[in-house]
Design a protein around this ligand. Structure first.
Ligand code: CP
Ligand code: NVA
Length: 305
């Protein structure tokens, strides 16, 4: 099998993505039954983190343990990457030793350069531009709760950031309608919006959530934007997901947030801790969906001879 990378959702076909979601649901059921399944014995995942993480690190590391493999956590503080060793050299060396690599970094181009020099699959564990692993968990969660996401309406409220960009890709790949409401000057990359998909931009959150089956938001200042916090709090003041806003979506609309969340900023506590919120299932599904991804990138599909 050729080396496949997962740098954005566009690296897999819609059919492969649907397969991954179903496989994630199956792997979750297997784990809940206590079934031991170790298809990646002796395989090693290298995990390069240039930004903080709780969910991504723990889900990938735990997934490799479940699968009988191993994971190595590499931070810039401990590696030569942090002392300026070229990304291309690091890619060649790491990929000569480990079987698969995930990277969380700043510029998406850095991840692409790494992948270009890697002999093994590379997974995007978040860049400034995209967070595709989170979308696997989000779609899995929607499917578990409500069935297929195809033809549904999703409302993105807030920053046009890496998560919003991955929702734009997901809208096309999974076939849903995406409404986006972001403050002026904080919208998503227009080139991505123009690339296709059923994407609609709105000036006001209330318009965007109308008819929505799912309402999603994220922090106002992402990692690397900490010094813009005060300015962003002002710009995003009217973009909090409140109970009043949720009331304008469909009655059975779900609420998601990739976490970490700031109650009282992008989301009211009553919403994230309320009955429409599925954020804990969403976080747990990082584990199951990434196990499906690791298995797929290393071994291919498991539902075919
Ligand atoms: N949602 C997410 O990626 O969380 P972490 O930053 O904790 O990995
Ligand atoms: N947009 C957020 C997502 C964190 C998982 C960030 O990049 O910090």
């Amino acid at each position: 099998m050729n080396t496949r990378h997962f740098l954005t959702l566009r690296d897999l076909s819609p059919e492969e993505l649907d397969y991954l979601i179903q496989r994630a649901i199956t792997l979750k059921q297997m784990q809940q039954r206590g079934e031991i399944y170790q298809p990646l014995k002796n395989r090693v995942l290298g995990m390069v983190f240039e930004k903080s993480s709780t969910r991504t690190r723990v889900s990938f590391e735990t997934g490799m343990v479940h699968f009988g493999g191993h994971a190595i956590f590499l931070s810039p503080r401990d590696t030569q990457l942090g002392r300026g060793e070229p990304i291309e050299d690091s890619a060649r060396v790491l990929s000569s030793m480990v079987d698969i690599i995930m990277i969380r970094t700043y510029e998406h181009s850095k991840l692409e350069r790494f992948a270009a020099y890697s002999r093994v699959p590379v997974i995007n564990a978040l860049t400034d531009q995209f967070h595709p692993c989170q979308l696997l968990a989000d779609v899995q969660t929607f499917v578990e709760q409500r069935g297929s996401i195809r033809g549904r309406t999703v409302a993105w409220i807030g920053d046009g950031n890496n998560m919003c960009h991955s929702y734009i890709n997901a809208a096309e790949q999974f076939g849903f309608r995406l409404h986006i409401a972001a403050p002026e000057g904080f919208g998503p990359d227009p080139a991505l919006v123009a690339r296709g998909g059923d994407i609609h931009l709105f000036a006001h959150p209330a318009e965007a959530v109308t008819n929505a089956d799912l309402v999603v938001t994220d922090v106002w200042a992402s990692m690397g934007q900490e010094d813009e916090q005060a300015e962003r709090e002002r710009a995003f003041r009217d973009y909090q997901v409140t109970p009043e806003l949720m009331a304008q979506a469909k009655d059975d609309a779900l609420f998601m947030h990739c976490l970490p969340a700031h109650r009282g900023e992008e989301v009211a506590a009553e919403v994230i801790d309320g009955p429409q919120s599925v954020v804990w299932q969403e976080a747990e599904n990082r584990l199951h969906s990434q196990k499906a991804l690791l298995e797929f990138l290393l071994l291919g599909r498991r539902d075919r001879p």
